[in-house]
Structures are given as C-alpha cells and as structure tokens.
Design a protein around this ligand. Structure first.
Ligand code: FES
Length: 141
C-alpha cells in the first residue's frame, strides 16, 4: 500500500466541457482531462497552459493514512456553484455545462441522443440541401 503525505482535492469536472476528471490521467505534475487534453496542476488546480483555466481546490489533509476534506467548505461551494446536470440522469456523467462556439451542434446531438426522434418526427431534423442555380443552369445548356 502506498502512503501519501500530500494530496490535492480538486473539483472533479473539467473547466472546458465538464468531462469527469476521473477519466483523465496524471502526467508529471499535471492531471490531464481525457477528452481534449486540458491540463491542471495537481497541487493548485491551475492550468500551466492557460492560468485562467482552473479547477477549484478544496482543503484536504491526511490523517492515519486517510484523506480528509472540509465537508462544510465543499457544501458551501456546491451551494454557491449549483451544477447544471444531474449525474444520475441519462448522460449525466457527460453533460456539457456551457458548450462552445467551435462545436455548435453538441447540444442538438445530446438532445437527439436523449429524446431520439420523438420530438422531431421519424425523419429527424431536415432541411433542403439545395443546389447552386449556376450548376443547374450549366447542366441544362
Ligand atoms: S472536456 Fe476536458 S479538455 Fe475538453
């Protein structure tokens, strides 16, 4: 059994898209998100790549080989930072709390994954593909 003297207790969801950090991995002094590779220093929760990206760090200590946390601190943080997902819900472990402009369809994909086609009809969302008029005219001549 390994015995740790120093531990860090960090918020468990990535600041990027909310992936569970428990699915990530440790690389040197950093914990790396397993989805897109955002990094956070284990000792502080601050990203070396971009210091504005952080995971909140909570008080913790080791006593008789067990890790202890300040339950009141974590409860207060939870009240001040209500989570936009319920882990017990379908896809709850993989919810995206805020999305981003680079991936505008993620919200729709998750909606379809949760509801199927029950709200859109059996063909799903559809739109005319269209063909530029110049291409049509050149084939007709
Ligand atoms: S969700 Fe963690 S890096 Fe994208």
């Amino acid at each position: 059994m390994r015995c740790y003297e120093n531990v860090s207790v960090l918020y468990g969801r990535c600041a990027h898209r909310g992936a569970l950090m428990s699915d990530g991995f440790v690389d040197g002094d950093n914990i790396i998100c397993g989805v897109h590779g955002w990094d956070y220093r284990i000792d502080s929760g601050v990203s070396e790549y971009n210091n504005s990206e952080t995971l909140p760090k909570f008080q913790s200590w080791v006593e008789d080989g067990d890790v202890w946390v300040n339950e009141d601190e974590i409860s207060q943080w939870g009240i001040a930072n209500p989570q936009p997902f319920n882990r017990e819900d379908y896809q709850g472990a993989f919810q995206d709390p805020h999305g981003c402009a680079e991936e505008p369809e993620v919200k729709l994909i998750k909606k379809l994954a949760s509801e199927g086609l029950s709200k859109t009809g059996h063909h799903g969302p559809a739109a005319a593909m269209g063909v530029p008029m110049l291409r049509v005219q050149s084939r007709l001549t």
